[in-house]
Design a protein around this ligand. Structure first.
Ligand SMILES: [Fe+2]
Length: 179
């Protein structure tokens, strides 16, 4: 179940709002310029399916999104707990950072938390299968897939250099609950 938890950025122990309503999540994130949507699965996919099959299944959605964003392309990223680099890959994006282009992810399987920090608030978006989230360029955030990371996600992008994390040096992510 998708979930959004909002905190004051100096009060990680007292959430201001916690909701599992997709409509409320969409509305709250929209207020800060973050696009959130749910895509109905056009077919039943297995985590073992090849990237080409996953991309083909979601092509109508992707074409519309890529057209709307003017982004260049899409690919598939998978992470499973038995991946030898799973812990390192989780660690890589656990500290607050920004990117030079929007970070657009669609969860085909599994889940992950995008935690956004702006306007004195922290927005922890627990995304699950069927969720699309687009984190605008420049917004401070971190990503936590948990100690047993499991997800298959579509990435929509123009230039892979946009994935480079520019760390802010703020240790705020250590003060908020881990996924
Ligand atoms: Fe990021």
């Amino acid at each position: 179940m998708s979930r959004l938890t909002i905190y004051r950025d100096d009060a990680p122990e007292t959430p201001l709002l916690r909701t599992e309503s997709a409509a409320t999540i969409t509305a709250e994130l929209s207020r800060i310029g973050v696009h959130f949507a749910r895509w109905d699965s056009p077919v039943t996919l297995s985590p073992e399916d090849a990237p080409e099959k996953i991309l083909a299944a979601y092509k109508p959605y992707l074409d519309e999104l890529i057209g709307a964003k003017g982004a260049g392309s899409a690919d598939v990223i998978k992470l499973t707990p038995d991946h030898p680099q799973a812990a390192a890959m989780r660690q890589k994006f656990l500290s607050e950072h920004t990117h030079t282009e929007d970070e657009v992810r669609f969860f085909v399987h599994g889940s992950g938390n995008f935690i956004l920090h702006l306007d004195g608030r922290v927005y922890d978006a627990h995304c699950t299968q069927g969720d699309l989230i687009s984190v605008p360029a420049g917004i401070r955030h971190w990503f936590d897939a948990g100690v047993e990371p499991f997800f298959t996600a579509l990435r929509v992008f123009t230039d892979t250099s946009g994935w480079v994390a520019h760390f802010t040096g703020d240790t705020i992510s250590e003060r908020f609950p881990a996924a």
